[in-house]
Ligand binder design. Structure first.
Ligand SMILES: *[C@@H]1O[C@H](CO)[C@@H](O)[C@H](O)[C@H]1NC(C)=O
Ligand SMILES: *[C@@H]1O[C@H](CO)[C@@H](O)[C@H](O)[C@H]1NC(C)=O
Ligand SMILES: *[C@@H]1O[C@H](CO)[C@@H](O)[C@H](O)[C@H]1NC(C)=O
Ligand SMILES: *[C@@H]1O[C@H](CO)[C@@H](O)[C@H](O)[C@H]1NC(C)=O
Ligand SMILES: *[C@@H]1O[C@H](CO)[C@@H](O)[C@H](O)[C@H]1NC(C)=O
Ligand SMILES: *[C@@H]1O[C@H](CO)[C@@H](O)[C@H](O)[C@H]1NC(C)=O
Ligand SMILES: *[C@@H]1O[C@H](CO)[C@@H](O)[C@H](O)[C@H]1NC(C)=O
Ligand SMILES: *[C@@H]1O[C@H](CO)[C@@H](O)[C@H](O)[C@H]1NC(C)=O
Ligand SMILES: *[C@@H]1O[C@H](CO)[C@@H](O)[C@H](O)[C@H]1NC(C)=O
Ligand SMILES: *[C@@H]1O[C@H](CO)[C@@H](O)[C@H](O)[C@H]1NC(C)=O
Ligand SMILES: *[C@@H]1O[C@H](CO)[C@@H](O)[C@H](O)[C@H]1NC(C)=O
Ligand SMILES: CC(=O)N[C@H]1CO[C@H](CO)[C@@H](O)[C@@H]1O
Length: 856
């Protein structure tokens, strides 16, 4: 049995020799590291940044990108590949990297489960998998990683039914547990206290339920975020755990908002004074203010607070980040004490019942960056002191009762990016500089008497404003005389120059086309014939229920226009056409197509010809964007959620205006994607409004329009009551709008083959609404993990598509579906009206844009 010593020597020598000639991998104990990395690499299906190109045999694995080895033993201690858009699963073989201390795969697109094999990494300290598309549970095996300090898996799709209960009993070193933005349910295990080193516990934005256990053993706890869950039972002692936090003397941030906690906050919360700087208590009113010397953020939003704003709040001069009272029932005025909040960055008191004037002292909040006052009953003027908030980035005053003019000083705030004053009673001139230069940064809709501004806003020009103030009449008399003299001279000079110019010009051009489009009263059939190259089919850009639409270039300045040729049953009616057309020209709104002029004439065949001339919209219709047709060479286009949300807000705003802001409500009657046009800035301009009334007037039908008079709207978008001859109504438009919302979210036309029988788009969405909403969402709007599940051919496309991941996206989509459904219910009486719809949409948009969940 025994080998002679010499043969043992030979075997040893052979092994040594082998170790030298065989390439790096298959040599000694560290071979398993190499093999595990190869397996890890194999399970990555896409590496758009070619980050793994250095992972090749000609290069020792310790030099591979993202790998760090220990100096002595050449074993892998770190695997860090964050932010490279890698796709694939996390290979279970990573569990063989037994010297690993730091695993960081943040911000990629890894899907599948967190491999249980990671539990073998008993040296692991940092496990960071944030912002991927991982599913399943947090594996209980992690309890084997007794050195773990950080578990960071926020922003994934983890959906376990609980946190593993006895996982924490071994994780004594855990300092940081962050699993926010997942779908984990179950209750918080009491054993979490076993991880007595915890400093950060963030389980926000999950589906946790039940009672919060005592956390008094977590003496090092600095940040506790329980927001956006279903914790609590609505009963009185839900908040008992707050008392246990008295032990946590290092607590800096506490967030409880958006849960199901009942009862009042225990008085002991006043004892959490030592370090507390952020307090998010949506739903709860803390009993004592003023003791919190370090409080920088206070969030009492979406509460049921009523009465006046508690004055004590304004004595919290430490507030520097956020004061959020959004969506309560506060009434009374905004006190002048608001000026004490000199360090405050964000003040949100939107969606309350606050009234009276906005105090001038608001101008003393010099650090203000975001000011949200929308959805209240503020009246009086916009204080000019707003202009002294030099750091202001977002200002929303929409949906109040403000009058007077927009302070011109706002155009001097260099950093202002967003200004919304829509739906007030403002008048006077809209400035043109600063933020007012950018039509998509400001919203002025729903103020009847605003004028001026940049041309894109389509407001009427202001009447000549020059008037001198009374009190300065005598003091500046001298000045005035000089100014008047100068002005008269300039006027004389100008008018003589103009006279000469005009005379010359008239000699050159034929007299009939000397005006510019803006001033055109009427154009002739001949003009339009030339403009559209004889109404050539090449220029045909659309056809609707009321006629064909051509693109054309109209003399004299060769601007592109859209010409809608009406098909009329009845002849004559020339006068009423022109008066109706003029009436339509005065219906102006940022989100309506502007009618430039009209034409009533006889064509070359002697037939009657009536047409409307609109602005031409370079980005085509929403129809082309939602359903690009490959034949017509449309590029594949993608509208992300933000764009879609903007488009819906714009359309809603236009309908709101037509229904509620015009002298007589205008019913659109044929709202659908092909009537929703987009200009070069992707701003919506709804077309074909008012044509139902125009055409039926011309056809000799009485003003009282019913669907039996030939105005039926378009199948799929027209409400069911039109089918049985009901009078057309604003609620019919609301139905069409609801269908539009559902179409934009599902990507399905209401006219698809599948909706032929009893099923329609509304019932299809309704059936999926509560349980499997994600199965019907347009795949472009889906996060990547779900996208890959969609079948076959789609899969290849969706890999190429940009992927949108936004923590608020899911909530926004859900709320939008809710609006779509509420607008498209069969019974017209139960539908929302456009006032509610615009308000809700704006709220969703604001939440989506700027109310990033308050992550502690
Ligand atoms: C394995 O470790 C030994 C030293 O322990 C080293 O000489 C050898 O190069 C390592 N092999 C690989 C593949 O890293
Ligand atoms: C990792 O370890 C497991 C169990 O010890 C083994 O089955 C597997 O082959 C190893 N993987 C690699 C790549 O060595
Ligand atoms: C292997 O990696 C090295 C280092 O990054 C690189 O220079 C080389 O081009 C790679 N070889 C191959 C075949 O990709
Ligand atoms: C873990 O991550 C923290 C920061 O996130 C870092 O300071 C620490 O060095 C990491 N630990 C290891 C073992 O890499
Ligand atoms: C978690 O998600 C996966 C994949 O989406 C699914 O198969 C599984 O049933 C889900 N589990 C739970 C508990 O919801
Ligand atoms: C506070 O900590 C002590 C131990 O230091 C413990 O006995 C007590 O129960 C804790 N209080 C709470 C409310 O958890
Ligand atoms: C705050 O703590 C003190 C002692 O630390 C205690 O006497 C007092 O009752 C506590 N207050 C509340 C409201 O719990
Ligand atoms: C809000 O408060 C009122 C009384 O002020 C109460 O009737 C209502 O139930 C409360 N609503 C909620 C959701 O708590
Ligand atoms: C505020 O509302 C309360 C009822 O919630 C009412 O008693 C009070 O008069 C209101 N105050 C003002 C200024 O409207
Ligand atoms: C504003 O509204 C209050 C009542 O809420 C009223 O007393 C006041 O006169 C109004 N001010 C203006 C300028 O309309
Ligand atoms: C807005 O103000 C006008 C007059 O300034 C008043 O008639 C109207 O009732 C007010 N609307 C609201 C909602 O307070
Ligand atoms: C080791 C240790 O602290 N174990 C505790 C873990 O938590 C459970 C439940 O709270 C306790 O019963 C154990 O004693």
């Amino acid at each position: 049995m025994a080998f002679p010593p010499i043969s043992i020597l030979i075997i040893c020598l052979t092994l040594l020799w082998l170790q030298h000639i065989i390439p790096p991998a298959s040599a000694s104990g560290n071979e398993s590291d190499y093999l595990a990395l190869l397996k890890f690499q194999e399970s990555i299906s896409s590496d758009p940044n070619k980050i793994l190109s250095s992972w090749n045999a000609s290069n020792h694995y310790c030099n591979w990108h993202g790998i760090t080895c220990g100096h002595k033993h050449q074993r892998i201690t770190e695997l860090k590949l964050q932010g490279y858009d890698l796709r694939g699963i996390i290979s279970p073989h990573v569990g063989n990297l037994s010297f690993l201390r730091n695993l960081n795969l943040d911000t990629n697109y890894f899907h599948g489960e967190i491999p249980a094999e990671l539990g073998r990494l008993f040296r692991l300290q940092n496990l960071s998998l944030m912002d991927n598309a991982l599913t399943g549970e947090i594996p209980i095996n992690l309890k084997g990683c007794t050195q773990l300090r950080v578990i960071s898996a926020s922003l994934n799709q983890l959906n376990g039914t609980r946190l593993p209960n006895n996982m924490f009993s071994t994780l004594f070193n855990l300092q940081d547990l962050e699993i926010a933005g997942n779908q984990i349910s179950g209750s918080i295990p009491t054993s979490i206290s076993n991880s007595s080193s915890l400093q950060i516990l963030d389980i926000s934005d999950n589906y946790f339920v039940g009672k919060v256990p005592s956390l008094g053993y977590l003496k090092d706890l600095r940040r506790l975020n329980l927001a956006f869950n279903n914790l609590g039972s609505g009963s009185n002692n839900d908040l008992g755990f707050i008392t246990s936090l008295e032990n946590c003397s290092k607590l800096e941030a506490l967030s409880l908002s958006s849960n199901n906690f009942g009862g009042n906050l225990p008085n002991s919360i006043a004892n959490l004074t030592t370090q507390l700087s952020e307090l998010y208590l949506g739903g709860k009113i803390p009993p004592i203010f003023g003791k919190w010397k370090y409080l920088a953020s206070l969030d009492l939003s979406e509460n049921n607070l009523s009465g006046a704003i508690p004055l004590q709040i304004f004595s919290l001069s430490s507030l520097s980040k956020l004061l959020d009272l959004f969506h309560n029932s506060l009434n009374g005025s905004l006190p002048i004490e608001v000026g004490n909040l000199k360090a405050l960055g964000t003040l949100d008191i939107s969606e309350n019942h606050l009234s009276g004037e906005i105090p001038r002292t608001i101008g003393e909040c010099k650090s203000m960056e975001n000011l949200y006052l929308q959805g209240n009953l503020f009246n009086g003027t916009m204080p000019s002191s707003l202009a002294s908030l030099k750091g202001l980035i977002h200002l929303d005053l929409s949906q109040n009762n403000l009058s007077g003019s927009i302070p011109i000083g706002l155009q001097n705030i260099l950093v202002l990016e967003y200004l919304n004053v829509s739906f007030n009673m403002l008048d006077g001139e809209v400035p043109t500089q600063g933020v007012f230069r950018n039509a998509s940064a400001i919203s002025v809709a729903g103020n009847n008497k605003l004028c001026g501004g940049i041309p894109k806003l389509h407001l009427s020009p202001c009447p000549c404003p020059v008037k001198f103030k009374k009190q300065s009449k005598y003091r500046h008399l001298k000045f005035m005389v000089i100014i008047i003299c100068v002005a008269v001279c300039v006027c004389l000079l100008l008018s003589s120059i103009l006279a000469i110019y005009w005379r010359r010009k008239r000699n050159k051009t034929s007299s009939s086309t000397a005006q510019t489009i803006g001033q055109l009263r009427m154009v002739s059939y001949q003009n339009l014939h030339i403009a559209t190259e004889g109404f050539s089919t090449v220029n045909l850009i659309g056809s609707g229920s009321f006629g064909l639409v051509y693109k054309g270039r109209l003399e004299p300045d060769n601007k592109f226009v859209a010409v809608k040729v009406l098909n009329l049953q009845k002849k004559g009616a020339n006068k009423s056409f022109i008066s109706e057309c003029n009436a339509l020209k005065n219906v102006r709104h940022r989100n309506l197509v502007k009618i430039l002029t009209c034409c009533s004439s006889i064509d070359y065949k002697g037939q009657e010809f009536k047409a409307l001339v609109f602005e031409y919209m370079s980005n085509g219709s929403l129809e082309n964007w939602l359903h690009p047709s490959s034949e017509s060479g449309d590029l594949p286009r993608t509208l992300d959620l933000d764009r879609r949300l903007n488009i819906l807000c714009d359309v809603a705003s236009a309908l709101h205006y037509l229904h509620h802001e015009c002298e007589q409500p205008i019913i659109h009657c044929d709202l659908k994607p092909s009537n929703i046009l987009l200009d070069e800035d992707m701003i919506v301009h709804v077309s074909d409004f008012g044509l139902a009334s125009l055409v039926s007037t011309l056809n000799g039908v009485s003003k009282k329009l019913t669907s039996t008079t030939g105005i039926k709207g378009t199948i799929g978008y027209a409400p069911p009551e039109y089918g049985i001859g009901s009078e057309i109504s604003t609620l019919g438009d609301v139905y069409s709008f609801g269908i539009l919302v559902l179409e934009m979210l599902t990507g399905r036309r209401p006219t698809e083959e599948m909706f032929k029988g009893g099923l329609n788009l509304h019932s299809y969405v309704k059936a999926a609404y509560t349980n499997n909403l994600w199965e019907i969402v347009d795949s472009i709007l889906l996060p990547m993990q779900v996208q890959e599940k969609t079948k076959s051919a789609m899969e290849e496309i969706s890999i190429e598509e940009p992927i949108h991941k936004h923590p608020n996206e899911e909530k926004a989509i859900h709320s939008l579906f809710g609006i779509g459904l509420a607008c498209s219910v069969e019974s017209s009486k139960e539908r929302l009206n456009m006032i509610d719809v615009t308000r809700d949409l704006n709220r969703i948009r604001n939440a989506f844009r700027s109310h990033e969940i308050s992550r502690v």
